[in-house]
Design a protein around this ligand. Structure first.
Ligand code: HPA
Length: 275
């Protein structure tokens, strides 16, 4: 991780948004970008202007930092995320979390698209992440230690904050959008999984599978941010249905589910504002 670049990014955002005091962050993954429209917008920065972030190369990721407000909560909305499989190291992936921490935010909600492994999960479902399994075979905390991430060997017993998970349930009830809970497993991607891998990961306890979120969740919890995670199940994982997997299916499902995704997150922000 390149801390000079991360510090430069923080300075750049500070200059661009001198009056920003975000209390929380929202990272919008594949197909979630349009949720940013639900925020009252105070400023926008394209990722390519932010040192170390750069444009996202993935369809369905807008690539903008939106400084917005919802239910009175000032929020940095990262509209699109960078991935480990893009091959540019951990700096672009860690950057949103690093910026949030330096700006004094205390919570972050991470969103993603995921393949459903558990039998009852169907495309369009929302799943609150209770815990994760890191099968990326990599860890963003490897390398020289920086105390922004807390102790050298951070505890990972409670990565996903229980208050935020409860608030997700309250939000689900209040807005009528069903939300289930489960364990998210991240592989490195960018290839989708084989049916044999999915069968193996099912036995490991994974409910849904994707290629993101785990690094940010790990870093944010190490940095003592409250972490919430929410997956939109966009497809049946490999071998669960005979259909081939494609990114078009992923973005197609999120497009169809956008109403629910927006409704749920806006209600979640209401719940967070009332704590
Ligand atoms: N596998 C990995 N990543 C994904 C999937 C999947 O089935 N769906 C959306 N992102």
């Amino acid at each position: 991780m390149n801390y000079d670049i991360l510090d430069q990014a923080v300075e750049f955002v500070r200059k661009a948004f001198p009056h920003a005091h975000p209390v929380c962050g929202l990272v919008l993954g594949s197909g979630w970008s349009d949720v940013a429209e639900a925020f009252e917008i105070k400023g926008i920065l394209p990722y390519e202007k932010i040192a170390g972030l750069g444009a996202t190369g993935v369809v369905g990721h807008a690539g903008r930092l939106v400084w917005g407000v919802s239910s009175g909560l000032e929020t940095f909305v990262f509209q699109g995320r960078r991935h480990w499989y893009e091959g540019e190291g951990w700096t672009p992936i860690a950057l949103p979390i690093f910026v949030l921490k330096q700006f004094g935010a205390t919570s972050v909600v991470l969103t993603n698209a995921a393949g459903g492994i558990r039998k009852d999960l169907t495309p369009g479902d929302l799943m609150a992440i209770d815990d994760h399994i890191n099968l990326m075979c990599a860890n963003p905390l490897m390398g020289k230690h920086n105390t922004v991430w807390g102790p050298r060997f951070p505890d990972q017993s409670h990565v996903y904050n229980s208050d935020l998970r409860d608030m997700m349930d309250q939000a689900s009830k209040a807005c009528g959008v069903p939300v289930t809970h489960g364990v998210y497993l991240a592989g490195s991607g960018p290839s989708y999984e084989t049916p044999a891998e999915i069968r193996a990961w099912q036995t490991l306890g994974a409910d849904a599978v994707g290629m993101s979120t785990v690094p940010e969740a790990l870093l944010a919890s190490a940095a003592s941010l409250r972490v919430g995670g929410i997956s939109c199940i966009t497809n049946y994982a490999a071998g669960i249905s005979p259909a081939a997997l494609s990114h078009e299916e992923v973005t197609d499902t999120t497009r169809k589910s956008m109403g629910n995704m927006k409704k749920f997150l806006i209600q979640l922000w209401k719940e967070m504002a009332h704590e």
